[in-house]
Design a protein around this ligand. Structure first.
Ligand SMILES: *[C@@H]1O[C@H](CO)[C@@H](O)[C@H](O)[C@H]1NC(C)=O
Ligand SMILES: *[C@@H]1O[C@H](CO)[C@@H](O)[C@H](O)[C@H]1NC(C)=O
Length: 142
């Protein structure tokens, strides 16, 4: 859980909802879920924006489903900075980056950076480069 990605949600925090929406909490860190987010099944969809629906899993984790992507887990939500910190279920964000896009999603990346992934025989890379463990195997280092 040491690698995180950050997305911004750039919506004005102006709630014109007529019904009061309670704040729910979820996850080990007791992350509060409130506007513009809403918890699926617990808060009305009117309590948040479309695409800002979060789920709470039995093992006390919050997840966010983005279009065209598997679920991410939510580490923290900073409502003041309008930033959400996510991590990967399998603790391998580099793998997620190989096929990831925020297209069709209400989120924008806080910053962009290009990466090049190289796959080399393990004996070549071991001494000179740092391999991404979760993408490497016994014969090839990435
Ligand atoms: C990443 O690479 C693409 C294609 O080469 C380029 O258009 C884009 O400006 C690069 N982005 C950054 C942040 O370097
Ligand atoms: C190791 O990974 C490489 C790609 O990085 C792949 O071509 C190769 O088949 C894999 N070997 C094993 C034993 O899984």
């Amino acid at each position: 859980m040491d690698i995180l990605i950050f997305f911004s949600f750039l919506f004005p925090i102006l709630s014109a909802a007529a019904e009061p929406c309670s704040i729910t909490k979820c996850g080990k860190n007791e992350v509060p879920i409130r506007f513009p987010f809403h918890q699926l099944g617990k808060q009305s969809e009117n309590c948040g924006y479309a695409g800002f629906n979060l789920g709470c899993k039995s093992q006390n984790t919050i997840h966010l489903k983005l279009p065209n992507a598997r679920e991410f887990y939510v580490c923290d939500i900073n409502y003041l900075d309008q930033q959400i910190d996510l991590y990967d279920l399998d603790d391998c964000l580099p793998r997620r980056f190989l096929s990831f896009s925020l297209h069709d999603s209400p989120f924008v990346a806080v910053f962009h950076q290009n990466y090049t992934f190289l796959s080399c025989p393990t004996q070549v890379t071991m001494s000179q480069l740092t391999a991404i463990g979760c993408l490497s195997n016994s014969t090839h280092s990435v």
